[in-house]
Ligand binder design. Structure first.
Ligand SMILES: [Zn+2]
Length: 242
């Protein structure tokens, strides 16, 4: 686990799983607010850290365990207010995002951004220009999707993010993303042009697996690591099904 402090913003980086140390998740703590909680499997390390922080409020970007896994522990041990999207389904009672979350020195505006999950939310601190983007951006060129991820929803949500006035982009797996604004635009362009090409091939009668071979001929590590939970086929199908 690595904790980096930049003025009042604290970035907490921890592997999503002790055995898969290459992939990390980031939680952010600022002014009493914890954005995402980290995975339950890292409870030993995270609980020690969380006890040392004055956590008043928790804001979740979405329900996946690597982001929301510690929420039960936080609820039981530290009793903060916990905010989540109205469609987030967890074992603890949460408050639904309605308007901005005010902390002593900051305000945070939840931005509904369904795409990665139906309950995904980004958090904008407008005065400082911080955007906490959860899993909206991991790479500008995704090739694999979860079954329910939707290219069209990504395109809509990325267009919403582009309109926001932010200067620093903090990702859920990347930390501070250099050139965040450009990267959001890059991902949007990539998804739009890839979707167009997939739809073209689909309309020409190509089968999904043939389209995969043409567009993403190389194997993708995440697809292998997750035994196909994330797959190129999911990505291709989502391009023409929504
Ligand atoms: Zn996720």
């Amino acid at each position: 686990m690595k904790v980096v402090k930049d003025k009042d913003l604290c970035s907490i980086k921890i592997p999503v799983h002790p055995f898969f140390r290459k992939m990390s998740v980031y939680c952010y703590f600022v002014d009493g607010l914890l954005i995402d909680t980290g995975p339950k499997i890292q409870k030993r390390k995270l609980s020690r850290l969380y006890r040392s922080l004055d956590i008043q409020t928790v804001a979740l970007t979405h329900h996946h365990d690597d982001h929301a896994g510690m929420v039960s522990w936080l609820d039981e041990q530290l009793s903060p207010r916990i905010f989540a999207h109205e469609r987030t389904n967890l074992s603890v009672d949460t408050e639904i995002y309605t308007g901005e979350i005010q902390t002593p020195n900051h305000k945070f505006i939840p931005i509904s951004t369904p795409a990665h999950t139906h309950d995904h939310v980004c958090m904008l601190e407008p005065d400082r220009g911080w955007l906490f983007s959860g899993d909206m951006y991991i790479t500008p060129y995704p090739k694999v999707f979860l079954k329910n991820e939707s290219v069209s929803s990504y395109i809509c949500s990325l267009k919403e993010l582009k309109k926001l006035d932010f200067t620093s982009l903090y990702g859920g797996h990347e930390g501070l993303i250099p050139n965040g604004r450009e990267m959001i635009a890059e991902k949007l362009n990539y998804l739009e042009s890839t979707r167009k090409e997939v739809v073209r091939l689909h309309q020409l009668g190509y089968k999904d697996r043939e389209i995969v071979k043409r567009i993403f001929p190389r194997k993708v590590r995440l697809e292998l690591m997750t035994f196909g939970l994330f797959s190129r086929l999911n990505f291709i199908r989502s391009c023409y099904s929504d």
